[in-house]
Design a protein around this ligand. Sequence first.
Ligand code: HEC
Length: 509
Amino acid sequence: MSPTRFILATLVLALTVTAAPPKKEDDDPNAPVSYFKKVRPIFQAQCQGCHQPAKAKGGYVMTDFAKLIAGGEECAKDGTRAVVPKEPEKSVLIDQITPDRGEAAMPKKKPPLAEKDIALIRRWVAEGAVDDTPANARQRFDAEHPPVYARPPVITSLDFSPDGALLAVAGFHEVLLWKSDGSEMLARLVGMSERIQTVRFSPDGKRLAACGGRPAQMGEVQIWDVEKRTLALSVPVGFDTVYGIAWSPDGKLVSFGCPDNTLRAINATTGAQVLQQTSHSDWVLGTAFNAAGDQLVSVGRDMSAKLTEMATQRFIDNISSITPGALRGGLQSVARHPVRDEFLVGGADGVPQAYRIVRKVQRHIGDNALCIRKWPAMEGRIYAVDFAPDGLRFAAVSSLDGKGAVTFYNYDFNTEMPADILAIEGKDEGARNDAEKAKLAAHYVSDAKVLGTLPLDAGQFALRWLRDGTGVAIAGEDGKVRIVTAAEPKVLKEFMPVQIGPAPATAVR
Ligand code: HEC
């Protein structure tokens, strides 16, 4: 199946699952409590961030049913069990979540679970603590059982560490850490999420953020300690995959987009949510902070780029035009210029566009006055855009019917708006004559050039510039990472970041 069809198929599946009317048994208060449908989602949202193989606080793993029942270090020491079927009073887990004078031991450092959730878990234990997880929904891989690849995984994202030494590649159920020249795999970072949508090193390179999830089941943000190769934080987010993670310039926050149409940001050390914003009308797929870190740009399937203020969590402005027809498809990717508050966006119509976020002329509903340039379209959809470190070039990758390409574009022009263009932008759209409209349209494509393009026999979804600016690393549906030179684009090197076959590629750390 082509990745687009695969994505569509899972999307349809996700929609069907969410849209299905609640079944009768869910409404019947006397029906036995379902672990899979009722108890597991509570554990997932409230407990598994600290109790999973990659991060087992107190030696307790709650993602594996046998271990969930058995308990952790304390239970082992005391000869007790976390869950004793039919006996909630003897179950350490029940004891830990039951509040005493308003405080419960678990979830640690958080408010106690809702009373009705505690009652539900207690009843599930009393009824025998049955595992009704369907066979096809069982977690197959974790840090102790890393994935084994029968065929290459689709690669959705990659990133270089700031010093250029490491390359992180999103795999299936894991992030692979490679030497950046592709000569050696250094680590496999296996977490709970089946799909990793985006990986990004923190500005100081000490941490690696990954976001993803399991479609129609869970979303998750992971923060890894790069040096120790350990999971520092796992934050469950809602019940579907999350996208487009980005670090704030000071490395304190990460932002990401959700299929519930929200844009969110959390503290990357504590996991506390600091922003939740609902101005998009469809999935939010890409996010980027401005240089000062006080504003966020987000793009999504609703074909728009929006600006949000961190401090107030308020929507400030539509960056792209919201006039019907201005954009012809959803936006997939956003990247900030290395020094200026200018942003590249790319998406379904294949046209890379650059926007500023500070208005120079009065705002008119539906105007496009923040647009700086539009470049010639790529064939297919753009899945990723990225500025070169010098800010004078950028690149984009695309996918269409099993083919792909990487294209290099110029950014070496004066991005200030000329006075005559500003004057036209300052007029109401209806008041512009045909000559003015034509002048405006010509301005946005003037001095926008294609520097080079390289077609490939596989759709490309991931792209990052090499830190030395000589080229890019790209990857996509055939699972290969390719290093492509920027000057006269050609493949300098390619490698498969996972080992295909029965044996794991390296020892697991
Ligand atoms: C922020 C991290 C965190 C979260 C969230 C969390 N725990 Fe814990 N849990 C811990 C730590 C740390 C320990 C080790 C004991 C301690 O430090 O209190 C622990 C220990 C336990 C133990 C004892 C296991 C043993 O045998 O040693 C149980 C049971 C437990 N947690 C259940 C839960 C449940 C149920 C939830 C969700 C409702 C939860 N925890 C959420 C951090 C967490």
